[in-house]
Design a protein around this ligand. Sequence first.
Ligand SMILES: [Zn+2]
Ligand SMILES: [Zn+2]
Length: 351
Amino acid sequence: MHNAKAYAAASATAPLASTTIARRDPTANDVQVEILFCGICHSDLHQARDEWHDMMPTVYPCVPGHEIVGRVTKVGSAVTKFKAGDLAGVGCMVDSDRTCPECKAGFEQFCNNMILTYNFPDKHTGSVTYGGYSDSIVVDENFVLKVPANLNLAGAAPLLCAGITTYSPMRHWGVGKGKKVGVVGLGGLGHMGVKFAHALGAHTVLFTTSPNKKEDALRLGADEVVISKNADEMNKHMGSFDFILDAVAADHDLNAYINLLARDGNITLVGAPPTPFQIAAFPLIFRRRSFSGSLIGGIAETQEMLDFCGKHNITSDVEVIPIQKVNEAYERMLKSDVKYRFSIDMASLKG
Ligand SMILES: [Zn+2]
Ligand SMILES: [Zn+2]
C-alpha cells in the first residue's frame, strides 16, 4: 500500500476537505494513473451527502469522482495495453466478475458484481473504493480506457460518465443520418447528448424550459430548439421523433414527449427524477412506442465512444476549477450554474 492525496467528505454534512488515503500498490494486472483532471458528476454530490442511503449508503471518508483522465505512471508485470507515459481514463467502474453473461456480452455495467469507482467494497484493500478527487488511482488494466491525444484533457474527463451515458443509448437505438432525435434538458448530460446526436448525423432538436438556452444549444449542434412549455411549439413535432434522450433529473411530464415519438419511437431516460412517473398507456400502445432507461456503457463501448470523440474532436464544455473550490462547485451545480460541467485540475491538489 501507499499513500495518496485526496479530497474526501468525512460525513454527510461535512464539506469535502484535504486528506490522505491508502491505495494498493499495482498488482501484475494493474495500471497506476496520475490523475490530471476529474469531472464533477451530480452522483458525486448525492454520494458525498449520503442522499442514496437506502440504495447505496455512503461509507466515510468518501472520495468521489468517476470522470478521471490522467497519465500512466506505473504498470504491473502482466499489463499489455498500457505503458508509463500513456494517457488513460477511468470511468464509473473499476471491476466486475468478468464471467457472467452480462460481462461476456460486454455489458459490465449490468454485472451483478460490478465494482463502482468509489464507495464500493474494495477486495484489494478490504475498505471501499476511492474515486478521482485524488492525485492518483490504481485500476485493473481491463477497466482503464485509452484517451485520444488530440482531445483537451479537462474537457475529456466528463466523457467518462456524462459522455458514455448519452452515447450508449443513442448507439443502442440507432441514432444516425436520417433520424430525428430529441434531447430533453441542456445540462451536463444534455449538452453531450446534443453534441453526439449532431455528430452521429441526426436532425437534432433540443427541448428546454429556458428560452435563454436557445443560442447555446444551436452552437452545440442542435438544428432546432423547442421551448417545452409552449404547447404550440410542441404540437408541431407530434409523432415525428425516432428517439428522444431525456436527461432531466427533476420531476416532469413524460407523456408530452411520448406523444412526440413516431411509430416505434423510443424515449430513454438517463436522468433520475425522485418521484415515479405517471405514464398514459394509449400513446405507447397506438404507435408501438417504448420507454426505457440506460446506464453508462460497457468498457468496449466506452472505448468506442472515446475514439469517436477523438475522430470528431468532441469534449465536454467545462469550467476548470482547483480542488479547493469543489464545495462551492457543488452548490453551483445544484443551481445549474455551470456550462456544462466542472472539471477539477488535479495539479491544485499538489500545492
Ligand atoms: Zn457520473
Ligand atoms: Zn459480470
